[in-house]
Design a protein around this ligand. Sequence first.
Ligand code: SF4
Ligand code: SF4
Length: 443
Amino acid sequence: MLWRRHKTFPRGIHPPECKDETRGSPIRQFPFAPVMVIPMQQHIGKPAIPVVAEGQEVARGQLLARADGFISVPVHAPASGVVKRIALVPNIDGHMVPGMYLQCFPGATQEVIEGTPCRVETTTPEQIIDAVQQAGIVGLGGAAFPAHAKLRIPEGKTVDTLLINGVECEPYLTTDHRVMLEQTDDIFLGIRYLLKATGAERAIIAVEANKQDAAEKLRRQAPNNLPVMVEVLAVKYPQGAEKMVIQALLNREVPSGHHPYEVHVIGVNVATAAEIGRLLPHGRGIQERVITITGPGVKKKGNYRIPIGTPLRFALEWVGVGDDLAEVFLGGPMMGQAVPSLDIPITKGINGFVAFTEAQIYRAEKVLPCIHCGYCVAACPVRLNPARLGLLAKRERYEEMARSFDLMDCFECGACSYVCPSRIPLVQHFRVAKQRIKKRRAA
Ligand code: SF4
Ligand code: SF4
């Protein structure tokens, strides 16, 4: 075979992939924790509103809370059991939010109840969008934006390409890789729903070159009557960011502050597409998801189908961690966040966690002054000037960062911090600056 250069975007970095230990690990079912912790807000938008009462018995898959408006999704029971308490529960950011505690029935069959099926052949685009909302599906790549809201294309806009994002460039994570290998048919069925809902003419599944087996399987099993193609992209971080994939594949640049539909594209994570294909034909709600549990601190590393609401502490006990556990990252080490507490539950948007021991944790050494090497500028995929932004952040000149240096275009990929020889925590500065600006503008 002739060597050929894979498509990619300009700039970016190459951190170690660290995927070898789980990429070959088939998805296994995780057991049910004795008590599930279920926040009403596991998505961007308004929290869901409970429709059950304390003490009520519920079946797995039953509606626990309904969506509150269009930018909101319902919550379903991850297990059969009894609603112990409707109260404030810890969320992934460590804040207490409205939610409920569900005590599982240990001897229950844990069969999932079915609802009204949504058949792709006989439903309208509106009905599909409604069914996606009723299933409680959010962006499973980590964004947690309600999937149905993304599918509604505004009046006057058109979409020609449905981009199915299976790039998964974050180090350590192999969730999407396994979903592509093991839920291939669910993905194709999900694509049928998505093409109909959006009116796109074709779908492209984007995969990084380190998942050739997944790309080959998808190509082999693609139905003849489905306008879908598989594209393999170069291994580079952050290749999986939506704007980067669009640029690499289609050479279209999404304007600053705009949605991909401005360039006639709609992007959906591959695991989201698979869940749409798995749930909609049965009228089911989402009550579990696939995650990667890995890192030097974990004994049973692997990919698991885990009930939503499983407390992190229970998950860690089950996979086995040593006494030297130092830090757990939700997501991955580049874009993820260190967990504030082990009491937080696995929610819909969590695609994995990575546990590090004391020996592997990089304890921030002394931050040195900027030496103007330009490495951060060369790494930034959206052509920002992180060095300049870092200096302004130090002086708390946040508005100037946004006004003159496009701070709000920073999507916090962390590439600039990764390459900085002076160990300046650039991305942390930018997170703080963006939060301050948003708060000020909302006041
Ligand atoms: S974190 Fe922001 S500024 Fe730094 S490289 Fe990524 S997009 Fe650019
Ligand atoms: S990488 Fe660090 S030291 Fe180099 S220019 Fe950027 S901020 Fe300065």
